[in-house]
Design a protein around this ligand. Structure first.
Ligand code: VGL
Ligand code: ZN
Length: 244
């Protein structure tokens, strides 16, 4: 059972605050979310644009998207400054795990003959060093690893559904079984796996937060477009430093 049935004292000990710079979006997306035990909204002392939101760890999960060697600077599909997401994600992962929140990592996991090779350079081939998580990523707080893209004929950008948009990875069932309602996402890449994962998350009814300093994209133009799409879909943006 999550926090709703716990003593109030325990709930308070396991919450944190998130500062958000999109007041309008926050209010709008919160209206879509029902049955959240403790979400309080108020304007902070900082400025009118900033909103303080309460995050209840007992019904929240951090999703670390594809922080693998092949997506980091010297990898086969290396993303510029991709390794800079590791430090903020490590801090958040420890914070979540220490407070009873779930930490989930996704791993692009392609067979050697995967159909996406051609569109993309060969990357994240099962069992190769390129498919390994970056050595600096702290996996200790991670309690679930979702592998995706493991069928030759189909790719999977989203952590929830393969690219046929129908085949589930099982992640939604896992989260619902644990009554998780809020998702905090960061990792690689902003314009592909983070984008599709966050869009699906919001469609599936999760309050969805993307950590802006903990994502990097493949290309500048598609990354800018991705941030616009996320914004329009009601995803909440925050900075890692604002979650404490
Ligand atoms: C990704 C391209 C191909 C990603 C995965 O993780 O964003 N991008 N495979
Ligand atoms: Zn891939």
């Amino acid at each position: 059972m999550h926090g709703k049935s716990a003593y109030t004292k325990d709930i308070i000990l396991n919450m944190c605050t998130v500062f958000i710079r999109h007041t309008f979006i926050l209010k709008e997306s919160c209206q879509k979310v029902k049955n959240i035990a403790l979400v309080s909204l108020s304007i902070t002392k900082y400025d009118k644009q900033e909103t303080i939101m309460t995050l209840d760890f007992s019904c929240s999960a951090l999703i670390i998207v594809d922080i693998q060697n092949d997506f980091c600077p010297s990898g086969e599909l290396g993303i510029k400054n991709g390794d800079q997401v590791i430090e903020p994600m490590n801090r958040l992962a420890s914070l979540f795990a220490a407070n009873g929140g779930r930490v989930i990592a996704t791993q692009d996991w392609h067979p050697a003959d995967h159909s996406s090779f051609g569109l993309w350079p060969r990357h994240c081939v099962q069992g190769t060093p390129g498919a390994d998580f970056h050595a600096a990523l702290n996996l200790k707080p991670v309690s679930l690893i979702i592998r995706k893209g493991f069928r030759s004929s189909i790719d999977s950008y989203s952590a929830f559904f393969e690219n046929d948009r129908k085949t589930s990875t099982g992640l939604d069932g896992f989260l619902k079984a644990l009554s998780i309602e809020t998702l905090v996402l960061g990792g690689l890449a902003t314009d592909y796996c983070v984008l599709y994962s966050a869009l699906d998350a919001v469609k599936l009814g999760y309050r969805t937060i993307v950590v802006k300093d903990a994502v990097r994209g493949v290309e500048a133009a598609s990354t800018e477009q991705a941030l616009k799409l996320l914004d329009e879909a009601g995803i909440i943006f925050t900075e890692s430093g604002a979650i404490e």
